[in-house]
Write a protein that binds this ligand. Structure first.
Ligand code: DGL
Length: 274
């Protein structure tokens, strides 16, 4: 059920199990510099990827109820796992639009022929992902379920536990990599170096989708249009400080670990130890 969105400076809720959705939040901030964002990271329960789907659904519903109380105009499930598990169901329950993540299978299929999709176990086994892949029969896709990488990235940010990406990445030859989990996007560049292949993620697509939705009101300033694409956000560049000078974005961090999420948003991650 959708209601009409109104004007710039509206409230947008962004949700993830933990820090991963910050990679999407950053793209949304870049694309929509006048909006007010709430970031809800459920860090206490992260990672979601190997949990029972009913449990994930319960946690996501709790977050959507918080967004409901905050009277957001739209919510972004910046989590492939939550999107695969319960986006459709929750869309029927809440009065605001709920945008999900779509792994960047389509952009990868446009330029690659042998693509590796990295995802959490729940996303990797989801009907949603396999239906999406089936739309591109000319491209070979292999899906790797990574049981521990999202958790390791979460711990890297929350308790500074050292992270060696090569311990988690399967050695599979490919000519393109799709990041099917928003946590992985912090290490987009490193993953690209590991596979010697271009990397695709859904953050920019989701930000564009959100912008389009908000633009229906024709009141969003500085949001650009698809005819005039915005530059790609590079999560490895710490842009926040520079950005603060030019943006009116306000981000309010919710959940149990607001400090961890705030620091992770600002982090300039550059991993070299693989
Ligand atoms: N970042 C989320 C995703 O995109 C969740 C990862 C997890 O909590 O396992 O799937």
């Amino acid at each position: 059920m959708f209601f009409r969105l109104q004007k710039a400076g509206e409230r947008v809720g962004v949700f993830d199990s933990g820090v991963g959705g910050l990679t999407v939040l950053a793209a949304c901030m870049h694309r929509l510099p006048s909006q007010k964002f709430f970031y809800y990271g459920d860090n206490t329960h992260a990672p979601y990827g190997s949990r029972p789907p009913e449990e994930v659904e319960r946690y996501v519903r709790e977050a959507m109820n918080v967004f409901l109380r905050l009277r957001v105009s739209a919510a972004v499930l910046a989590c492939n796992t939550a999107t695969a598990v319960c986006a459709e169901k929750l869309r029927k329950e809440f009065p605001f639009p709920i945008l999900g993540m779509e792994p960047a299978v389509a952009p990868a299929a446009r330029v690659c022929r042998n693509v590796l999709v990295l995802a959490t176990p729940l996303t990797a086994s989801s009907r949603r992902l396999h239906d999406l892949i089936a739309r591109f029969p000319d491209c070979r896709f292999r899906v790797a379920a990574l049981p521990d990488l999202a958790g390791a990235i979460e711990r890297y940010f929350s308790v500074r536990e050292p992270l060696t990406l090569s311990d988690h990445l399967p050695e599979i030859a490919c000519d393109g990599v799709v990041l099917g989990c928003t946590h992985y996007a912090f290490f987009r560049r490193e993953i690209g170096m590991f596979y010697h292949a271009p990397v695709f993620d859904g953050a920019q697509g989701t930000a564009n989708h959100l912008a389009k939705l908000l633009e229906t009101s024709k009141n969003c300033s500085n949001s650009g249009t698809d005819d005039h694409p915005q530059p790609q956000y590079n999560p490895n560049k710490c842009f926040i400080k520079k950005y603060k000078k030019t943006t009116k974005n306000e981000v309010i961090f919710l959940g149990t670990s607001p400090k961890v999420n705030k620091q992770a948003l600002m982090a300039n991650i550059c991993f070299k130890n693989f």
